[in-house]
Design a protein around this ligand. Structure first.
Ligand code: SAM
Length: 313
């Protein structure tokens, strides 16, 4: 019965140290049954049987989760704001705290568009991974023209898949695909390359540059197997003794891409708040002048300092 299966899975997952055994058990049974979690709970309340093939698939999924494969790799989907993004081996699984970084970019882009009475805003997501931030902005802010850059071949392929899927969905909703016309443009312009040097065509034109770059310092190796063994190293480690070598390059790129008054927002680790502010304050143009106004640290919903925000001078 579904209740007994869920109870068994809960105990297996809890024993393995999985942080949210109940939610994961429900999500995996939902995946095995090809239904949503609300339906799983309904079936459990009604005491319904689980068909043998689904029960077998569920047992296999639970065994992989016990071995600490990320839940999102098993279901193939990561929730990010209102989106469901395809993820799997080779791409960083987007995190809830990054939803708040995206919110800053979304609020700023929406404000710019409102101030311009509807004329578009240019938003750049550097180090896009699965495309999470870029696609959140593109789908939540009508009129935003979103560019995204990803270096890693595998991550770029996941981003492309997500951009294609959500672009097709947007085109279908808009009824914009008559047979005699080109397909609608993709909702994010995705570029494969190094975010520190890519996108030269739009220098000084961006209204918002947002980034969740790799920033983990070399002495802060993650302990959770889901992260240590499954998030790609290129997505985690920011290089240099402080983990901020890549973020420094991203900050220079942001300075080049932003128009005067444009907003830069970058996620960092809790312990990097002061260093991230110093990094932004130290950014200089070719003439040695500061490029950003006073950087500010913002907290996530749990009160931890997790992003630096500054305006281009
Ligand atoms: C922490 S992950 C964040 C991914 C995504 N922004 C998110 O929040 O889910 C950092 C991403 O930056 C990519 N990356 C690392 N160095 C890069 C570089 N120099 N240029 C562009 N992308 C880079 C990694 O491959 C990875 O996808």
């Amino acid at each position: 019965m579904s209740t007994q299966l869920l109870k068994w899975a809960y105990e297996e997952l809890a024993d393995a140290g999985v942080a949210s055994p109940q939610a994961d058990a429900e999500a995996l049974l939902a995946h095995a049954l090809a239904v949503d979690r609300a339906e799983v709970r309904r079936l459990a309340v009604l005491g319904r049987e689980v068909p043998d093939d689904a029960a077998h698939a569920f047992a296999g999924l639970v065994a992989r989760r016990v071995a600490r494969e990320p839940l999102q790799h098993l279901t193939g989907v990561a929730a990010f704001r209102h989106l469901e993004l395809a993820v799997g081996p080779g791409v960083f699984v987007p995190r809830p705290e990054t939803e708040e970084v995206a919110q800053v970019a979304i609020d700023e882009a929406a404000k710019v568009i409102a101030d311009r009475e509807g004329a578009g805003a240019v938003v750049v997501d550097l180090c896009t991974g699965s495309g999470a931030i870029a696609l959140a902005v593109a789908t939540e802010v009508p009129g935003a023209r979103v560019h995204a850059v990803e270096l890693d071949k595998d991550a770029h392929a996941w981003a492309e898949r997500n951009v294609d899927a959500l672009s097709a969905a947007a085109g279908v909703e808009a009824g914009a695909t008559p047979e005699d016309q080109d397909p609608p443009e993709r909702i994010v312009r995705l570029v494969k390359g190094d975010a520190r040097t890519a996108l030269y065509g739009i220098d000084g034109m961006a209204d918002v540059v947002v980034s969740n770059p790799p920033y983990v310092p070399p002495d802060a190796v993650p302990v959770d197997p889901e992260v240590a063994e499954h998030d790609p190293a290129v997505a985690l480690y920011g290089l240099g003794p402080d983990g901020l070598e890549v973020p420094r390059g991203i900050t220079s790129a942001a300075a080049r891409l932003l128009r005067p008054g444009g907003l830069y927002v970058m996620e960092h680790a809790e312990v990097q708040a002061e260093a991230a502010r110093a990094m932004v304050a130290a950014a200089r143009d070719d003439d040695g002048r500061p490029v950003f106004g006073e950087p500010e640290t913002r907290k996530d919903l749990t009160g931890r300092p997790r992003m630096v925000v500054a305006r281009r001078l």
